[in-house]
Design a protein around this ligand. Structure first.
Ligand code: SF4
Length: 378
């Protein structure tokens, strides 16, 4: 069965104030060392996976900030991937990029290596909000990043945005959305800010130095994004994701359809042959495992058929098209309406879920309450 390949690049120029991802400050020596072990990990899976599990339909470089790597580093990684795995023709290859870490020559280099999708972390066009988030770039640099990407030949761009930032008004958010559609990316991701415990931004809010965005205001911003982006021709295909027709992210669809994927690098997660596993979250721990020729796995869980059904439901319900009930039956030999009959009836009664044209999906009322719905399938 084909898989998606995720490659984690755990380096950033500076830690953003809201970030709890696994990332380290950029250090050339650490990058060189990391690449040695990443290639070892690629080779390890290349020599152990069966051929049918090595067919790659999407590659996603995430981070961290992948564009802290230079083009020769991407070349080294992609060469190792292509010699260890079977990369399908037309494979979607995405690189996450931050404004201020890219230039024309670097982007042209990525295109020449076969990278065909760029995901730019814009977050906001308002500089004062970027400062609240501790981002290293300005709104103008984000616009320049898009222009550079177009010039380098990227015709498939995602822009990431955050709403619910302390101090952000509804007007700010609408202005950012307006500017986003003027740039006309093929894909837009809009996430509500998560104030992760222990991050500097969360601590600042907890101290009362700034106020978090009120819940009702954040809910309005989410609704505004749905209404505005769909009227601008974007298909709202996943809770937080919007795409022009045919430009949905193939890699992320693998996650939402609960299909297999392999994650490489510290803290990367995988789902292969009924086992979910996650790599050691620390860079040192990850490298130590590989230096002993061991898989760098921190923990793993065997997925029972009941787990797999449950995951297929709550991941699939993230998609606005919902879960294809016939495909569910083909996959598990049981009908979702049987397995989850009372949950479906209850949520249907509350107007949060409905079945139409053979698919079970969230209603407009259910979308902002998705977590309440998902709990019923866990
Ligand atoms: S660029 Fe991304 S990964 Fe890096 S610190 Fe900021 S939010 Fe975290």
């Amino acid at each position: 069965m084909s898989i998606g390949l995720y490659i984690h690049v755990p380096f950033c120029i500076k830690k953003c104030l809201y970030c709890d991802f696994t990332s380290y400050l950029l250090d050339n020596e650490a990058v060189r060392n990391y690449l040695v072990f990443l290639i070892k990990e690629i080779n390890l899976y290349g020599s152990s996976l069966a051929d049918e599990d090595k067919i790659i339909t999407s590659i996603f470089f995430g981070g961290g900030t992948p564009t802290t790597l230079l083009v020769p580093s991407f070349k080294m990684i992609l060469t190792a991937v292509r010699s260890s795995f079977l990369v399908s023709p037309g494979c979607e290859i995405t690189v996450e990029a931050n404004p201020g870490t890219i230039n024309g020559a670097g982007l042209t280099g990525l295109r020449e290596l076969g990278v065909n999708r760029l995901s730019i972390g814009v977050q906001s066009f308002q500089d004062r909000l970027l400062q609240v988030l501790g981002r290293t770039h300005s709104g103008d640099q984000a616009i320049e990043a898009v222009q550079l990407a177009r010039k380098a030949g990227f015709d498939n761009l995602n822009l990431d945005f955050i709403f619910g930032i302390p101090g952000q008004t509804n007007y700010d958010w609408r202005e950012t959305l307006q500017q986003a559609v003027e740039i006309a990316p093929e894909h837009i991701a809009a996430y509500g800010l998560q104030l992760e415990e222990g991050t500097p931004l969360e601590q600042t809010v907890r101290r009362g130095a700034i106020s978090s965005c009120p819940e009702e205001m954040e809910a309005e911003m989410y609704q505004d994004a749905i209404v505005f982006l769909t009227t601008q021709g974007y298909n709202h295909y996943e809770i937080s994701n919007f795409a022009q027709p045919g430009r949905e992210c193939a890699h992320n669809l693998i996650y939402w359809l609960n299909r297999p994927y392999l994650g490489l690098g510290p803290a990367a997660h995988s789902l292969i042959k009924g086992v979910r596993f996650a790599n050691d979250i620390s860079l040192d721990g990850y490298c130590d495992h590989l230096s002993r020729k061991e898989y760098p796995i921190g923990h793993s869980t065997h997925i029972t058929p009941a787990d797999e059904m449950s995951e297929t439901m709550f991941l699939g319900l993230r998609l606005t098209a919902g879960v294809d009930l016939n495909q569910f039956y083909q996959r598990f030999g049981r009908r979702a309406e049987e397995v989850y009959g009372s949950a479906i009836a209850d949520l249907d009664g509350k107007g949060l879920l409905e079945i139409s044209r053979g698919r079970l999906h969230l209603t407009a009322k259910g979308l902002p309450l998705a977590n309440v719905v998902f709990r019923e399938f866990i």
